[in-house]
Design a protein around this ligand. Structure first.
Ligand code: F6P
Length: 364
């Protein structure tokens, strides 16, 4: 009997998902004669039994495609699954047994789950319940434990940096302050990456609560030196000292309902009022998740996909593939489940930004 490997992509999409699917499937098919089953829309397909066979041709020609050929969902947690009653009221039910049943019905030997912290925490739980699982770390937020970098992050930083570059020219022309809000949830990796790569003047991270006075003094100080414009890159999870994050929306059919967003507009008003300088805000939003992966992400995703297939074939379950230095290594899912990797205050990129005079709103 050929080995059968199921693959799903869970959580918010990000560039490089198809590159992982392709590399994992091709490795398993070409080197191990395996059969591949694609699960549709992440864990939703596992609960609702929506699957399809993936042959060699269906995973060919997708290396540089954004999105995911399998679809994804950032609501479908089998352990807290949103179920609507006749009146549209949502309750969360534990449908994990249903997910396990679907998996068993596939006669599959392994599940490769490509996802962020939520999806990989679910993979860890399913692994304990008899779904032999291997994880692949994805997210534009780069906030996953156990890997130096997630795939998708490099593409998102590239998109955000292009936005900073474009805002730079118009800020300079109009002597304005330009605020760019980027994603990242509670982690500042995206803002820090785009801030350093784009030469942002002020970078605001969730990890460093800001003071408006520090931002005001910095902008006015630049003006006094002849720099009449300033660029602010703010992470969606940034917040003032003693203040709260700005919540963009609550998604009531998701077990993790809170979506951040809106700090950029708040800062625009606050900065304009505090400095008297005309200020505009841009919210980059889902542009950061779309489009073709960069070559770096295609390479990382391909390496992750190959190693995930190798772990699955070798029967090494309950593991995630992670980047450590230049190597791809197995990392126990149990060690990373439920954890978030944030920017440390002694992070080298952060220190580099400080060394070139970037303001983090904390007055240091
Ligand atoms: O985790 C990826 C991410 O893009 C975050 O940066 C952002 O906070 C969130 O997903 C947005 O989610 P949604 O697509 O549900 O708006």
């Amino acid at each position: 009997m050929p080995l059968r490997i199921a693959i799903l992509t869970g959580g918010g999409d990000c560039p490089g998902l198809n590159a992982v699917i392709r590399a994992a499937a091709k490795t398993a098919i070409l080197e191990h004669g395996a059969e591949i089953i694609g699960i549709e829309d992440g864990y939703e397909g596992l609960v609702e039994d929506r699957v399809r066979e993936l042959d060699y041709l269906s995973v060919s020609g997708i290396l540089n495609m954004g999105g995911t050929i399998l679809g994804t969902s950032n609501r479908a947690n089998p352990f807290a699954y949103p179920v609507k009653d006749a009146k549209g009221k949502v309750t969360f039910q534990d449908l994990s047994e249903q997910a396990v049943r679907t998996f068993k019905s596939l006669n599959a030997d392994a599940l490769i789950a490509i996802g962020g912290d939520g999806s990989l925490t679910i993979a860890n739980e399913l692994n304990k319940r008899g779904v032999p699982s291997v994880g692949v770390p994805k997210t534009i937020d780069n906030d996953l434990y156990g890997t130096d970098q997630t795939f998708g992050f490099d593409t998102a930083v590239t998109t955000a940096t292009e936005a900073v570059d474009k805002l730079h020219t118009t800020a300079q022309a109009h002597h304005r302050v330009m605020v760019l809000e980027v994603m990242g949830r509670n982690a500042g990796w995206l803002a820090l990456g785009a801030g350093v790569a784009g030469g942002g003047d002020i970078v605001l991270l969730p990890e460093i609560p800001y003071r408006l006075e520090a931002i005001r003094d910095y902008i006015l100080g630049r003006k006094a030196k002849g720099k009449k414009f300033s660029l602010v890159i703010v992470a969606e999870g940034a917040h003032p000292e003693g203040g709260d994050v700005v919540v963009g929306r609550m998604v009531d059919d998701a077990s993790e309902a809170r979506r951040l967003g809106g700090i950029g507009n708040k800062l625009r008003n606050d900065i304009e009022q505090a400095t008297g300088i005309e200020t505009r805000a841009t919210i980059l939003g889902h542009l950061q998740r779309g489009g073709e992966p960069t070559p770096f992400d295609r390479i990382l995703a391909s390496r992750f996909g190959r190693e995930a297939a190798k772990l699955a074939v070798a029967g090494k379950f309950g593991q995630m593939v992670g980047l450590r230095g230049a190597e791809i290594v197995p990392v126990p899912l149990a060690d990373i489940a439920g954890k978030q990797r944030l920017v440390n205050l002694d992070n080298h990129l952060l220190l580099t930004a400080r060394s070139v005079g970037t303001c983090f709103g904390d007055g240091v």
